[in-house]
Write a protein that binds this ligand. Structure first.
Ligand code: GTP
Ligand code: SPV
Ligand code: MN
Length: 630
């Protein structure tokens, strides 16, 4: 049944489809579009095909509306500056709505505020959504974005359809996911995740916009309705709030699907590592909280000449054990939405080589020669070039009123295909084989550079007890130590206790080859507050050791916390060993760990409560007796 014309009739008016053809959409998608067009009442509809012609049109509109500015120094690169009130994910307004609260979050002890997600009942959620979405797209175009997370047509991929009234979101989704007609073809009559997004500023405007960036932070909500396979986001156009394929689908909804279907959706990078001396190649995944080094590690330029790193993904991994018991991972994304500050030719040359074409920068500073600037690029801007800060200070200098030139959560959005060290198998439909899982975080004290778990269950416990200093990727104040289990705290789609049980369950199948699990910490500081480990490209020394442990080489020694490298087993060649205090870097001070254990007890007891698997509590008790020697 095809619609008679490319015009959608709504009561008392009609909505013209100005690009694409409703008739080419599968019936279920068309109904989804029609239902929400009637609700949101856009002026026009644009059905995305993913073509170059379409992208030119979007870029034209975004320039005309002063949302994107061309960066003349580079090829097809753009700068967006947001409303300063819309600069990061907003965790406290991100909800998951299910009939049973306990399906989503554990019951906390004594009414403590849950730190493992926000739940809302479906009735209240319906009210919240009804307060926002009716008529919210008046005067605007509603874009329909069919997108695939994972290679189009791969059995591991999932399809979403996002409706949005933001052309910036379309231009970004086009980089971060695979969109357009090829996705519609692959979808056929199959299931898809329904994603609705609005900036929340119908026309005519009733308020003055900042930087021409429409948003409504006071009415912001990011809602997940897993029982209806739906995501609704209102009021923000920034990153994880608005590019619904990323955190909303690939992590929150993804983790629920993974739980149901026997796989894992994780906040992890995926990399390949090759020792060119021994000709061995392995793949690893690593989970670090937001802004704690995934992009940097995924694109690492190793300082050891015989180590070669290749990148599969920098933020999200979907993993499953195949029928031979090998864990395999795919990167569901198509681009990198990376933290700009700190990225430089010194720290991450491969990222620098990726972002000089076809890239959208958001909230970085611009330079008078048509380029970009952020904290960390001080040595890389030409003499005499002026910096305009993200807040608009024309002649910014480190002692200007704007504290930083770029917002600390400013980002680049760039196609993965441009990464010079992209792994040849990065789009392989069956995924790459994973032989090590690495957890980590920003730990200024007490936590060794690297340690290995004694077994799978201990490794799951290490993931569960992760903590890290807060960063600017969300609304939290920096420098506070936060519990961030599996780097998933903001992204769990279902009850964390059940999530732990799901991880533990993979050990029950004797066929599964369980990868070794490690914990790393690049961020330990000395008495003067300086990082003790050089980090970045030198982190390959730790990965080389991990590679040796995958082969069970005798290079580890036990501590109460886990196994650390035997003295001399980390390749430190080329480093100034006088500057390095390896003994302290590997140490596990008992007074520190006694405090840490108490904090974990308190957290598990209060936050996970009855949903904590008993074997995880036993792991904590075992750690305590190893540390106290009792
Ligand atoms: P999300 O995209 O938010 O999930 O973050 P991410 O984990 O990909 O973080 P990213 O790699 O972008 O790192 C963020 C910050 O950590 C940057 O400011 C980096 O400079 C810093 N960083 C990364 N690796 C290292 C390291 O080895 N040592 C030190 N000292 N800093 C690092
Ligand atoms: C993160 O915060 O972990 C990110 C950025 O990767 S965002 O997509 O905005 O969530
Ligand atoms: Mn992330």
């Amino acid at each position: 049944e095809k619609p008679k014309s490319n015009i959608l009739l709504v009561p008392k008016s009609s909505i013209r489809v100005i690009y694409g053809d409703l008739g080419f959409l599968p019936k279920k998608v068309r109904h989804f579009v029609e239902e929400h067009a009637r609700l949101c009442k856009p002026d026009t509809i644009h059905i995305c095909d993913g073509s170059e012609r379409e992208n030119d049109l979007l870029l034209y509109v975004l320039q005309r509306d002063n949302i994107l500015k061309r960066l003349h120094k580079f090829e097809n690169c753009w700068l967006a500056k947001t409303d300063p009130a819309d600069v990061a994910r907003v965790e406290r307004l991100t909800y998951i709505s299910t009939h049973e609260e306990r399906d989503t979050i554990p019951h906390t002890k004594n009414g403590a505020r849950c730190q493992l997600g926000n739940w809302m009942n479906p009735e209240d959620m319906e009210q919240e959504l009804n307060m926002r979405f009716p008529n919210c797209m008046k005067g605007r175009t509603m874009f329909v974005i069919p997108y695939s997370m994972g290679p189009v047509g791969s059995p591991l991929s999932k399809i979403g359809v996002q409706l949005t009234d933001s052309a910036y979101v379309v231009a970004s989704m086009r980089i971060m996911t695979r969109i357009g007609s090829k996705v519609v073809e692959a979808l056929g009559s199959g299931p898809f995740v329904k994603c609705l997004h609005s900036v929340g500023r119908p026309l005519p405007l009733t308020v003055k916009l900042h930087n021409n960036w429409p948003c409504d932070p006071k009415m912001l909500i990011v809602a997940h309705l897993p029982e209806k396979n739906e995501i609704c986001s209102y009021g923000s156009s920034y990153g994880g709030n608005a590019l619904l394929g990323k955190k909303c689908l690939a992590l929150r909804i993804g983790s629920i699907l993974g739980h149901r279907e026997g796989w894992l959706a994780e906040h992890m990078l995926i990399l390949g590592i090759e020792n060119t001396k021994t000709k061995e190649k392995r793949y690893m995944v690593a989970a670090f909280p937001s802004a704690c080094g995934k992009t940097n590690m995924a694109m690492m330029k190793p300082t050891l000449p015989h180590i070669k790193i290749t990148c599969v993904g920098d933020d999200i991994a979907w993993m499953r054990f195949d029928d031979k018991g090998q864990l395999r991972a795919i990167n569901p994304e198509n681009g990198f939405f990376g933290v700009a500050p700190g990225t430089s030719h010194k720290t991450n040359p491969h990222a620098m080589d990726t972002i000089h074409k076809n890239t959208i920068f958001t909230n970085v500073a611009e330079t008078s020669d048509g380029g970009v600037f952020w904290e960390g690029l001080e040595d890389e801007i030409p003499e005499g070039v002026k910096i305009k800060s993200w807040l608009g200070d024309d002649d910014w200098s480190p002692d200007s009123r704007d504290k930083t030139a770029a917002h600390p959560n400013s980002r680049f959005c760039t196609p993965a295909s441009q990464c010079p060290i992209l792994d040849p198998a990065w789009e392989s439909p069956e995924g790459v084989p994973i032989d090590a899982i690495i957890f980590g975080g920003r730990r200024p004290a007490g936590v060794p550079l690297v340690f290995e778990s004694f077994n799978w269950e201990h490794g799951v416990f290490i993931g569960a007890s992760m903590r890290s200093e807060a960063t600017a990727a969300a609304e939290h104040k920096a420098k506070v130590l936060m519990h961030d289990p599996f780097a998933m705290r903001p992204f769990f789609g279902y009850n964390f206790g059940e999530y732990l049980a799901h991880w533990l369950s993979f050990a029950e199948n004797p066929k599964n080859k369980l990868p070794k699990i490690f914990h790393v910490n690049w961020f330990r500081k000395n008495k003067d507050g300086k990082f003790m480990w050089p980090g970045f490209g030198d982190n390959c020394r730790v990965l080389e050791w991990v590679m040796k442990r995958i082969k069970d080489e005798n290079v580890a020694q036990k501590t109460p916390v886990g196994s650390v490298p035997k003295p001399g087993s980390l390749d430190l060649s080329g480093l100034d060993e006088k500057e390095l205090d390896m003994e302290t870097l590997m140490s596990t001070p008992s007074d520190f760990w006694e405090n840490e254990i108490n904090a974990i007890y308190k957290y598990f007891d209060e936050q996970v409560n009855d949903d904590l698997p008993s074997s995880i509590m036993k792991q904590l008790k075992d750690l305590e007796s190893r540390v106290t020697g009792g």
